[in-house]
Design a protein around this ligand. Structure first.
Ligand SMILES: *Cc1c(COP(=O)(O)O)cnc(C)c1O
Length: 383
């Protein structure tokens, strides 16, 4: 099957024999050069300018939210969203063990600790059922209406599900569980631009959602992020915190809180605007790639990861679920040696030294998936 797979990927991407096939590369087919040059000509290349405002309007329109706030990257966007949600040092933030490190780093930037709840095999993301029993069994609401983790006495200040590889979690159920337990919901939608759950864009089910425009994401601007929300106060606070907590004044430098220099530069936003114009094209081509993989791998008796029920995935990174860790190792070995880039899923967060002592529930499904999940080439094909 390995040899057939490599041949199939070579045909899918129509490359020369021996040519290396990366996991995910950006495509600059639209107005990228035009907008970047225009931005340079305008001299507004930094944190003020027309493109960064336009990028925010485009993102709000795509997500279907009232507001979008541009940030330098997704990780910092998450940190700001957590801070506005009220996460402070000593708090706990519920998330999944199967995620990219940025989710947990952002939680730590706020001085809080992640608490891990298992994922579902059908979504690869936070399990709604397990989240519900977690709240029912080991937390309670105190007199101030705060959700407290019984054993540690710590406050659960937020819940951060992540839409793995672009596949939406059961976000409507998760949102109502969070609401019932009075825990703010921040979606790590870094990977899920263009992914919908029941026709609603991911990132819009809770207090805020955060997207990433890093080089390997579906749409890139070199580095960048966006916080989306329908909450006017939250949006204004996000803009203020990401611009050094500057209070508007005609000439004085008034700052009344510790803020950040986290606003996306206009020159990156120029690139982002050009890329976002091509999002529908990228999404439809990525869906075609996923369909080809799905058909072919199923015919080989392999387990291709498909979008969950009720969801439309952006198929950011395609994935295959191998039999066990041993088969995973030989697959990685063979494909990478043959010039077809494949990568195992991230190591589980609680296996890393910084998070190994964090609280966690039973995470058997994540453990099982981590042994078997491999990402395969997923760029938008050239033609
Ligand atoms: C890419 C990513 C981020 C953060 O993105 P940057 O823009 O690179 O900071 C956060 N969470 C997840 C799950 C990601 O994949």
């Amino acid at each position: 099957m390995f040899e057939q797979f490599v041949a199939f990927v070579r045909e899918l991407y129509r490359v020369q024999p021996e040519e290396f096939i990366p996991l995910h590369v950006p495509r600059f087919w639209g107005n990228e050069k035009k907008y970047v040059l225009d931005c340079i000509d305008s001299t507004f290349v930094s944190s003020v300018g027309e493109y960064v405002n336009r990028f925010e309007r485009m993102m709000a329109e795509i997500a279907g939210t009232k507001y979008a706030v541009a940030t330098v990257n997704g990780t910092n966007g998450l940190q700001v969203a957590l801070r506005i949600a009220g996460v402070v040092p000593g708090d706990l933030v519920v998330t999944q063990p199967l995620t990219f490190i940025a989710t947990c780093n952002a939680i730590r930037y706020q001085g809080a600790d992640p608490l891990f709840v298992d994922v579902d095999e059908s979504t690869l993301g936070l399990s709604a059922a397990k989240l519900e029993s977690f709240f029912e069994e080991v937390t309670y609401l105190n007199n101030q209406g705060e959700c407290i983790h019984q054993a540690s006495g710590k406050r659960i200040a937020a819940c951060v599900p992540m839409h793995t590889f672009g596949h939406p979690v059961e976000i409507d159920t998760i949102a109502s569980i969070c609401q019932k337990n009075q825990v703010p919901l921040i979606e790590d939608s870094a990977e899920s631009l263009g992914s919908y759950y029941r026709n609603q864009h991911t990132g819009t089910f809770g207090l805020a959602g955060v997207f990433s425009f890093n080089g390997n994401k579906t749409v890139t601007c070199g580095g960048g992020g966006a916080i989306v929300t329908n909450d006017e106060v939250l949006a204004a606070k996000a803009k203020y915190l990401t611009t050094q907590a500057k209070v508007p004044h005609a000439w004085e430098y008034v700052h009344d809180e510790i803020g950040y220099n986290y606003r996306l530069p206009n020159i990156n936003a120029a690139l982002a605007c050009a890329q976002l114009e091509q999002l529908p094209l990228f999404l439809s081509r990525k869906r075609e790639v996923a369909e080809s993989y799905g058909q072919y791998l199923t015919s080989l008796g392999q387990n291709f990861v498909r979008e969950p029920e009720a969801a439309a995935s952006n198929y950011w990174l395609n994935a295959i679920l191998l039999r066990d860790r041993e088969e995973r190792e030989s697959f990685l070995e063979y494909t990478n040696k043959s010039g077809v880039m494949t990568r195992p899923v991230w190591q589980l967060m609680h296996h890393l030294p910084m998070f190994k002592n964090c609280l966690r529930e039973d995470v058997v499904v994540a453990e099982k998936l981590a042994d078997r999940l491999v990402n395969i080439p997923s760029s938008v094909p050239e033609n």
